[in-house]
Ligand binder design. Sequence first.
Ligand code: GH3
Ligand code: MG
Ligand code: MG
Length: 357
Amino acid sequence: MAWARLVVTSLLLITPAWKVLREPDNPIYLLGFIVTAVAFAAAVTVRWLLRKGRYGTWIGFASSALDVSLVSLALVLFTFIGGPLFGVNSKVTFEVYFLALAATALRYDKRICAAAGGLAIAQYAALVLFVTWRYDLNVHFAGPGADETGRFVMVDQVTRLILMGSATLVAMLLVNRATYLQNAASTDPLTGKANRAHFLRRAHSEFERARRHRRPLAIAIVDVDHFKLFNDVHGHGVGDTVLITVATLLGRNLRNADMVARYGGEEFALLLAEATLESARMKIDMIRRNVEAAPLDLPDGKEPSRLTFSAGVAVYPDDGDTIELLIATADMRLLSAKRGGRNRVVAGPATGEHKIP
Ligand code: GH3
Ligand code: MG
Ligand code: MG
């Protein structure tokens, strides 16, 4: 997004720069150039802030508000320097509002679209009202530059405001659609938990954070014991219900910063931020006991089988310094839990475990 802003603002600089070079004495052209140069400088600043790791929702709100306000500022300056019709009948600058409003959709946040749209509409409506109150538009219509700026038509101005409202609505709908697709692409449809791809993306970013702040990070791979039996004895429908039950119990016992994901068939992956090997082992063992004790009412009325899981845990930095290494170590410990008799959590170096290079 910061890159796109940089590219767009530098493209927007081309015509004002060309006009200033051709007619250096025209104050309107000079103003257009200065405002676009400010937008370009803002784009450079935003990119610099992001590179320094200063992200946050505020930067989205602030930079979108700045975008639309710069367009309004240009129109206000045109009004005062060129005359009112230069402000409210601008042929090119006004259209930049739509570019700014369309760009808000790239933030994937409807509130930013609505805020930027509302601000743009309020600012432009205020300019139109000011111009109608302050100037005699019939005189200005006949004044200098009249052939360039046309005449003031209130219906056109109202239409412009309606178009700005519509652009805001379209940006919000785009965000809605993108959010829906983003969720669909990162969620497991059966359990409603994150899928493997989403887990890995999040694991990598949490890992970077853990490395930056020198904090521990634990990963666990959980595998339902003898799950195939549920399918074979009770049918796949019951197998699915069991998976949903395990996913719910795993998720219920985690903190907000933690994450549970369906890693594959009957395997789940957990990401425990700030957890040491021992605290992660204790937490997962507590969940294991909860799952073991959870009443399992099978819809077919048959005697419920025992539901248990085995898990392997690995932690940064002790067990490796990449996500791939941590997952491989947790997987190896899961295997050791299965070999040791299932229904257990292996968190330390397993018997026969050799460190993965
Ligand atoms: P172990 O204790 O060694 O882990 O044995 P297990 O039976 O749990 O492991 P195994 O790998 O033999 O069987 C896993 C089964 O999970 C096989 C597969 O058909 C089933 N499975 C995978 N995904 C789904 C799913 O979405 N729904 C259902 N019902 N079954 C699934
Ligand atoms: Mg398995
Ligand atoms: Mg299994």
